[in-house]
Write a protein that binds this ligand. Structure first.
Ligand SMILES: [Zn+2]
Length: 91
């Protein structure tokens, strides 16, 4: 390990990056709801907000116990308004 190695440029997406360019980001479920379980938690990769089915989403009046896959198609991240396919499946 060389402690003087400069940080890699371009290793992080620039702020305000086009979400379309981030398709295929490792860990993304890529909109494939079949990989989701009813109790899967997902994290917004833009703002790190986490959807927990056990909690639901009061802002969107999503009842507790609603799986991510059952969110309405117009649902967006309540924190940054990004689309649900920008969420990452948490282990
Ligand atoms: Zn967000």
């Amino acid at each position: 390990m060389n402690p003087h190695t400069p940080p890699l440029h371009g290793s992080l997406p620039p702020e305000g990056a086009d979400p379309q360019r981030l398709q295929g980001f490792e860990g993304s479920y890529l909109g494939n709801r079949e990989v989701l379980r009813p109790d899967s938690r997902l994290e917004c990769k833009i703002c790190w907000w986490v959807y927990d089915p056990a909690v639901g989403d009061p802002q969107w009046q999503i009842a507790a116990g609603t799986p991510f896959a059952d969110l309405p198609s117009h649902w967006r991240c309540p924190n940054c308004d990004c689309e649900p396919d920008q969420f990452l499946l948490l282990p």
